[in-house]
Design a protein around this ligand. Sequence first.
Ligand code: HEM
Length: 153
Amino acid sequence: MTPTLYEWAGGVDAFRRLIDAFYDRVEGDELISPLFPGGVSEEHRAHVTLWWAEVFGGPPEYTERLGGYERMLAHHLRLGITPEQRRRFAETMSQAADDAELPDDPEFRAAFVGYVEWGTRLAMHNSQEGAEVVEQAPVPQWGWGVAPPYQPS
Ligand code: HEM
């Protein structure tokens, strides 16, 4: 059976490494750090790890313990994310995936950056003053798309 992206990445520990590597970079980034005055807290890192793990096929803890999509949405409203900040966020995620030594096969990385492009564009849209937003939705479930890993039978 095809593994989930969560399993392929290495489970929750791999996502925690990713998120730590990402926010360590964010804290030193002149474009994005102003959105996190005082740095990125342990709580924020832990919550965002659970979001990413759930999206990629891990346990639905962000939904069950933290409030799901509606909570994530509330955190982005009125942040006023600029296109430059969005692009930097997406580039930094790719760098963090290398830092955290996530699998670097083309199939995994294509699915990964696909989610990053999609998610950051939605976050930017939702963060604008007066934006029309989808107020309720499930946490998205991301998959391999058109290129699951080749597994000889
Ligand atoms: C794939 C795209 C993204 C995902 C999956 C994501 C995920 C999340 C989640 C789950 C939270 C809430 C954490 C909690 O429950 O405590 C959050 C908060 C936040 N996000 Fe994002 N985010 C994305 C894109 C962005 C972008 C592009 C920016 C800005 C450049 C951004 C800036 C923030 C900030 C500043 C907060 C904290 C706001 C606060 O403390 O009230 N996010 N994000």
